[in-house]
Design a protein around this ligand. Structure first.
Ligand code: TXA
Ligand code: MG
Length: 312
């Protein structure tokens, strides 16, 4: 596993503008010094990511986040209740915010997250600067929940991969945007919507399709794509389909959670999609997953993985 000298070496690479993949409890991130335009530009190149898609900056604690963004009272309450954890908060940049404008991709806002993973924490402490980090996969592909996934997807494009074992949450952070009228849920994720509503004592709103500036530019319809076509809400596999089960919908070797536990299903989701996809089936059928709690994030990722692909 990881020792102090690995962390120090990674921190040195990052301070010099390099790219280091590191574990978080949601998925692995492809990290760079968020205050350096050149370093952030390297992330876009390595991921082959469209430049308009802004990046999350990671910091060691809520206080550090409060120095970078302008947090309304409700955002402070949510941050203090959930961080460190699987939550990203988007607020307006403070005037003196040192984060590269490339991270905001032309927007006046900034996305901030305090990850809980001990390796991510140690790295952030050692670097002493915010780290920009999208999921450490090529743009549009399945997110990595293990160091091997990063190696397979990015290879030499990343200078160092810190192996912190499998990500325990398994889906990306929930993204919440605060404005005067907010809070808006831009992306479902590791912290269920119900949990956020309970903490804030109000519903988080879904942006309507007219709130174009509130949409997460990263929420493209086709994302997390497997090589094989996916068929969702499938009660059973059809001829030549591999099957990804859930609970009593069980055929073959892969089941997100035999006991029907959504937390276990989220942690298994990307790993099992990677494994099934590597076996090159003609198609993959996926069992119905309930829409409660983490089920919202799981269904969101599955729908994007199943969406028609842009022609390349
Ligand atoms: O769990 C996670 O969030 C992982 C780990 C590594 O922290 N990171 C991650 O980053 O999923 P990424 O880049 O794959 O997704 C970030 C999402 C995208 O949908 C992006 O469009 C959105 O956050 N986003 C970032 N900054 C934004 C902003 N200022 N306004 C609106 N959306 C923003
Ligand atoms: Mg991603």
């Amino acid at each position: 596993m990881i020792n102090t000298s690995d962390i120090l070496a990674a921190a040195q690479l990052l301070k010099n503008g390099g790219l280091v993949a590191f574990p978080t409890e949601t998925v692995y991130g492809l990290g760079a010094d968020a205050t350096s335009d050149a370093a952030v530009a390297r992330i876009f190149a390595a991921k082959q990511r469209p430049q308009f898609n802004p990046l999350i900056s990671h910091v060691p604690d809520a206080e550090a986040a409060f120095r970078l963004g302008d947090f309304p009272k409700q955002a402070v309450i949510l941050a203090n209740a959930v961080w460190p954890g699987a939550l990203t908060i988007i607020v307006e940049r403070r005037k003196d915010c040192p984060i590269s404008l490339l991270c905001s991709a032309g927007l006046s806002s900034v996305a901030l997250r305090v990850p809980a993973h001990p390796v991510a924490q140690a790295l952030l402490q050692a670097v002493g600067r915010p780290l920009a980090a999208p999921s450490a996969n090529r743009s549009g592909r399945i997110s990595p929940t293990a160091a091997d996934h990063v190696r397979a997807s990015l290879g030499d494009a990343v200078q160092m991969i810190l192996d912190g074992g499998p990500s325990t949450v398994g889906v990306e952070s929930t993204v919440v945007r605060f404005t005067e009228n907010g809070p808006y849920l831009l992306r479902s994720g590791g912290i269920p919507r119900e949990v956020i509503s309970t903490i804030l004592g109000r519903q988080v709103i879904d942006p309507t399709r007219y709130d174009t500036d509130l949409h997460s530019p990263g929420q493209l319809e086709s994302h997390y794509a497997t090589q094989a076509q996916l068929r969702l809400n499938a009660a059973a596999p059809e001829w030549r389909e591999a099957y990804l089960g859930y609970g009593d919908y069980a055929y073959g070797p892969w089941n997100l959670s035999k006991s029907g536990n959504l937390q276990e299903a989220a942690a298994n989701l990307f790993k099992m999609l990677h494994v099934i996809d590597d076996s090159s089936p003609e198609a993959i059928a996926v069992a119905p997953i309930p829409m409660t709690g983490l089920g919202e994030a799981i269904n969101d990722r599955l729908q994007r993985a199943a969406a028609p692909r842009p022609k390349s």
